[in-house]
Design a protein around this ligand. Structure first.
Ligand SMILES: [Ca+2]
Length: 277
């Protein structure tokens, strides 16, 4: 290629790369600049209550085959995988003792995934609680859910990440955002429902609904009205420790019912969210 030709080619290629780079930067900037909508308000209508035979330090909760699967954490107890019948009977499927601090749980393709908080480990079990393998998570582990293809998890530091269920390779990450008053950084136990992500904000009475494509909080439910139906015994059990906060959302896709609980709560509330504005 003659020098002039090469120069022209190089010049063209550079301009093309610059144009492509500008387009990418513009698209990224447009995405970042796109402001979240003002969050809608939800309330939660309780239909029934399940009283547990044994409480747990609930870190993950998901509904499958007519039962609830629960991951518990180590604080004052053991990291476990529990099965909860809808009559409240709790059966332990796996017990990791105090070796790790269990966190979020989700079930994808017949396998149970359990995060750990600071140990960078993800455990994979079959539905009977037999451990099949483990993966490395380079981040802190908080809430966990899946969209049918990817694992979605939070880290308590304001990020939502997508991970490959086979390797836990991070395939996408985006900051959680809101233009409302409820700060989403501490988005904890998660539940993926019809393309949206529900999660409770750690240490608060708030459950939010997040758009997992934008990271925006698009709806907020104040769960504090549950205090009005709590029994004295339940109140005593929960108030025994400041750690016993709201944490646990599962949903039965067949009925649309949500199952809501908290850490060491003796009960699980069953009901539905409703738009109120
Ligand atoms: Ca859940």
């Amino acid at each position: 290629m003659p020098r002039t030709g090469m120069t022209m080619f190089t010049c063209f290629a550079r301009r093309a790369v610059l144009a492509l780079g500008f387009a990418l930067v513009s698209a990224t900037a447009a995405l970042a600049a796109k402001e979240c909508p003002a969050p809608k308000q939800l309330d939660f209508v309780v239909e029934k209550k399940i009283t547990r035979s044994l409480s747990g330090y609930t870190q993950g909760l998901e509904f499958r085959n007519g039962k609830l699967y629960e991951s518990t954490g180590r604080t004052g107890g053991q990291t476990r995988l529990n099965l909860i019948d809808l009559d409240g009977k709790v059966t332990t499927l796996a017990d990791l003792g105090t070796s790790v601090f269990g966190e979020g749980l989700t079930i994808l393709d017949g396998q149970i995934f359990q995060l750990t908080w600071q140990e960078n480990l993800v455990f994979v079990y079959d539905l009977h609680g037999k451990q099949l393998r483990r993966m490395k998570n380079p981040h802190l582990g908080w809430g966990l859910a899946n969209d049918g293809r990817n694992l979605l998890f939070t880290d308590g530091e304001g990020m939502l990440r997508y991970a490959d269920p086979k390797t836990f390779r991070i395939t996408r990450e985006l900051p959680l955002r809101s233009v409302g008053e409820v700060e989403p950084d501490w988005l904890n136990e998660l539940e993926y429902v019809d393309g949206k992500l529900y999660g409770n904000i750690y240490t608060t009475p708030w459950i939010v609904r997040v758009d997992p494509d934008s990271g925006c909080v698009e709806a907020v439910a104040d769960m504090s009205p549950l205090n009005e139906i709590i029994t004295p015994d339940e109140a005593a059990a929960i108030s025994a420790s400041a750690e016993n906060v709201l944490n646990g959302i599962a949903r039965d896709p067949a009925t649309g019912l949500f199952y809501i609980t908290g850490k060491r709560w003796p009960m699980i509330y069953v009901g539905k969210f409703r738009d109120i504005n």
